[in-house]
Design a protein around this ligand. Sequence first.
Ligand code: GRF
Length: 208
Amino acid sequence: MSTLGILASGRGSNCTAILRAQKEGRLRGRVALVLSDRPQAPVLDRAREFGVPARYLDPGRPGARLTPEAEDAYAAALGDAGVEWVALAGFMRIVGKRLLAAYSGRILNIHPSLLPAFPGLAAQKQALDYGVKVAGCTVHFVNEGVDTGPIVLQAAVPVLDGDTVEALEARILEREHVLYVDALNLVFSGRYRTDGRRVVPEPSEETS
Ligand code: GRF
């Protein structure tokens, strides 16, 4: 069974969805550790409620990146917990070279837009301001860019007339919770190949 570490900075609804899937036997893996760069992040309590070790780990500095030393500390904590795969779930930091190297091709992120549209912060507001009729969410592998890695799965969510940012956020979030579990199960199964930027699911034995 695959072992997962989750990095998160905030409320942790995606983390909770993953932990609920595990509890209900819908995750082909086990969450071994949750780490946060914010000491008061609600996600830490959510994880503990599921009996999963969760702790704050000093990011080393404010801003968008961890210090190189902090990256090493994150990689070491994940390694000590036996983590094979890492899921970013509202982790408000750009993952740098050292952590990427430690978990090469094994870090996933979820973003609340249909990438490559609307990368970065406030994606739902960007979508609403732009006037798109279809928004959505994306699970992708993490590379050195911001929301630029190969796409694992995407889901479309309608933008309704009269939507507020909050209403659109909530509709997308509900879809995120399902999509992240599906994407994790796909990578855990190993039944995919990568063809350049394209992540191609392979048929399972039952359907081939
Ligand atoms: C989600 O919208 C996710 O797509 C984005 O940050 C938000 C995290 O929400 N990367 P939560 O902490 O999982 O509730």
